[in-house]
Design a protein around this ligand. Structure first.
Ligand code: 3H9
Length: 711
């Protein structure tokens, strides 16, 4: 018997258990083990029915993504061909009941759909998330799913990649029964009952009752492609999965599955799947911090105090309340608290209107949020998060007070986006429990959390905040304590280069369009307007940017601030805004730019989208290389995680450092050196970039080398 698949007979039912921790991924051993066990049960006269169940926390979470990664890079055996195993299950005379808990994802759901019946616990989730990896289902999922749930729902599930819960799956006919209580026992009961019925048992691949007619198909396909274009701009897999599902209707089953497999193989070898698989492992890698073992002790966080009821404090409060934590918001006046709570309520109202939460769920969350003027309530908190105005003197004053009132074991965190954690910690007697928690606005939505490690921050504090991030459903990335940390540090040269480009002759709209066409969620001028043009203005002063002699200073941004054009909040910034908050190019800004450039003696010219991308994205990459070399980021993959989750960098390009690797570091280094000659010292190539380019290496290899050294 295989190590990863075992079989035992209970009351005439063979219970086949897959045990391949952590998530029962479909390795070749699992597929072999499953095939052998199914065949044995089918030929055993003592067996009347078969149940397949997963050991541990889940059913099968899909194909082994490490195998897909190897295949994407042209190595390894690649994705197993599941066809024989699935046909063996489906064609057998004895009923096979797939018993689902945790997640049945990707290849996991594909195996489940080959069973004659599916039962699940109420908490189980099922989905085809392959598009998240830049591929489509490759084990006949695009052919079986529409036969069970119809074309429209199959397209929705495969294009969005979002799993559905057991109750919806039951309604749709994806599963046959929900088991309350012990899953294996319930599945055996179900199988025994089914086994008494005379066969044949339903084969999914032979079903056509949910498939539309050829006439009814085109509008469904059209709508599916629209959904793919809208929700996953510039991506290949979501469009291709609609083609594969179309084949489920237009072709006989066996031709349809061959079509699916062809598309699957084309995609897995493409650029987007390399990038998206990189993002998958990069996100999971961030919690592996040298010096912090996986089982490092973590302090319990149940109550969080938040200092400051502004937009950021409110968003953090919502993120915590959504995760089931008790929240205490503190501010200096009752009026500030009232305004802050009002904003939280109105955000929750919007969530109800959009169907994200029920009114009951909102009432529950609001019930966890308490407010208080002054610091008294802070004593009960396990973690205090300061979210006051970005000013060192004020932060120090707040931390001195917090150190006095917070309980001795409590962690003190600052939500600063740029300031020095060590200076803040220096006014406390617990520097080992002081850490930066840099949330991104809106804090209840954005997945990124930069966890800033001060000189004295203890491993336990880091382990606790990493687990806190996970509890909030966020990706916590540990970063070093240097101005701007990772994300903002890199954003400044990127943002200022964009501003120099418009002074040199482009328009904000042209720059933003080039960036969004490249795949950025928003253009940098639209981002500046959303964040507040005055925010960067204050940071410029606080960090004394552009103080080096001869440094080129951006000229227009300060003037916008002096004109009160702070961005969206004042209705005007780099753009004008109407009620829908869509940026409208503003002739007043264009004249301001032209006049400013003229006065500064700048020779203006036009720029191609390629030049715009090189000037902006390469600035980001060059600074990323410095951040990496200085150890502010532990890995290039951490930088990618920061940019994909916090700055709208397209995941299908893998993040800025992965993108640089794919363009080729030699090419990037060549352009950066050229800009250095033409545009001045701000473009001095980062030494690490220059070295890796010279060696013909990549940031990915740099990460692998660092990991080897740390091991
Ligand atoms: C597919 O199935 C294609 C088929 O159609 C084609 C067949 C021919 N493989 O996320 P977590 C690891 S494509 C390998 O922290 P959670 C993960 O790296 C696949 N490893 O836990 C981590 O390792 P480590 C379609 C995997 O509880 C550990 O498990 N399926 C896989 O927050 C824990 O993961 C998917 O896309 C895998 N498939 O979330 C599902 N899955 O401890 C992808 C996980 O060393 N997975 N690992 O860092 C997920 O969405 C989440 O991991 C899951 C658990 C929801 C399952």
């Amino acid at each position: 018997m295989s190590d990863v698949v075992t079989s035992a007979i209970h009351e005439g039912i063979a219970v086949i258990t897959i045990n391949n921790p952590p998530v029962n991924a479909l390795s070749p051993e699992v597929i072999d083990g499953l095939t052998v066990s199914i065949a044995a049960a089918q030929s055993d006269p003592a067996v009347n029915g078969i149940v397949v169940v997963g050991a541990g926390r889940t059913f099968i979470a899909g194909a082994d993504i490490k195998g897909l990664d190897a295949m994407a890079w042209g190595a390894g055996e690649g994705a197993p061909d599941m066809h024989d195993a699935l046909t063996l299950i489906e064609d057998g005379p004895k009923p096979v009941v797939m018993a689902l808990h945790g997640t049945a994802l990707g290849g996991g759901l594909e195996v489940a759909m080959a069973g004659h019946y599916r039962v699940a616990v109420p908490g189980a989730a099922m989905g085809q998330p392959e598009v998240n990896l830049g591929i489509i289902p490759g084990a006949e999922g695009t052919q079986r799913l529409p036969r069970l749930v119809g074309v429209e729902k199959a397209i929705e599930m495969c294009v969005t990649g979002k799993p559905i819960k057991a109750s919806e799956a039951l309604q749709l006919g994806l599963i046959d029964h929900i088991v309350d209580g012990d899953l294996a026992a319930g599945a055996v009961r179900f199988a025994r009952e089914i086994a008494t019925r005379s066969g044949p048992h339903p084969k999914t691949r032979e079903r056509t009752d949910k498939l539309p007619s050829l006439e009814a198909l085109p509008p469904l396909i059209h709508a599916g492609k629209e959904l793919a274009r809208k929700t996953r701009r510039n991506q290949h897999a979501p469009l291709a999965v609609v083609d594969a599902i179309e084949a489920a209707v237009t072709l006989p089953y066996d031709q349809g599955r061959v079509r699916e497999r062809g598309i699957f193989f084309d995609l897995v070898k493409g650029e987007q799947s390399k990038a998206l698989i990189h993002v998958f492992f990069a996100e999971r890698g961030v919690s592996k911090v040298p010096g912090i073992p996986k089982d490092a002790p973590v302090a319990a966080i149940n109550t969080v105090a938040i200092i400051g009821a502004g937009t950021m404090g409110g968003g953090i409060a919502m993120a915590c309340a959504n995760a089931g934590l008790t929240v205490q918001i503190t501010d200096t006046t009752a009026a500030a608290l009232e305004t802050g709570l009002g904003r939280i309520k109105s955000n929750y109202d919007t969530s109800v209107k959009r169907g994200r939460f029920t009114p009951e769920a909102v009432a529950e969350r609001l019930g966890r949020i308490h407010t208080q003027v002054g610091y008294e309530g802070v004593a009960a908190a396990d973690l205090v998060i300061e979210a006051v105005f970005e000013n060192m003197a004020l932060k120090k004053q707040v931390f001195a007070e917090l150190d006095r009132v917070a309980k001795p074991g409590a962690l003190l965190a600052t939500n600063t986006s740029t300031l020095d954690i060590d200076q803040i910690a220096s006014v406390t007697a617990r520097a080992e429990r002081v850490v930066g928690l840099h949330f991104f606005s809106p804090a209840n939505i954005m997945r990124l959390l930069e966890i800033v490690r001060g000189a004295a921050t203890s491993p336990e504090t880091l382990a606790t905040t990493l687990s806190f991030a996970k509890r909030l459903g966020k990706v916590g990335v540990v970063v070093g304590n240097a101005p701007g940390f990772v994300g903002n540090r890199m954003m400044f040269p990127y943002m200022y280069e964009a501003q120099f480009l418009v002074e040199d002759g482009a328009t904000p709209e042209q720059v933003d369009r080039a960036l969004t066409d490249f795949g950025m969620a928003m253009g940098i001028f639209a981002v500046d307007d959303m964040a507040g043009v005055d925010v960067a203005w204050r940071v410029r002063q606080e960090l004394n940017q552009f103080s080096e002699p001869g440094a080129r200073k951006p000229l227009v941004a300060d003037q916008l601030c002096e004109m009160g054009r702070f961005g969206q909040k004042t209705g005007r910034g780099w753009y004008r805004y109407g009620d829908d908050r869509k940026p409208i190019p503003d002739p007043e800004v264009l004249s301001l730019i032209e006049e400013t450039a003229k006065a500064a003696g700048i020779q203006r010219r036009s720029f191609t989208p390629e030049e715009i991308i090189e000037r902006t994205i390469y600035a980001l990459i060059n600074e990323g290389a410095r951040v990496l070399e200085e150890g502010v980021a532990l890995r290039a993959a951490d930088i990618d995680t920061v940019y994909v989750n916090g700055y709208g960098f397209p995941a299908y390009r893998g993040g800025p450092m992965f993108y640089a690797d794919r363009v080729g570091l030699e090419k990037i280094q060549g352009r950066v050196s050229q800009f250095h000659r033409e545009l001045g010292d701000r473009w001095a190539p980062a030494p690490l970039l220059a070295r890796l380019a010279r060696e013909g290496s990549t940031f990915r290899q740099f990460d692998a080398e660092r990991a080897r050294q740390a091991a």
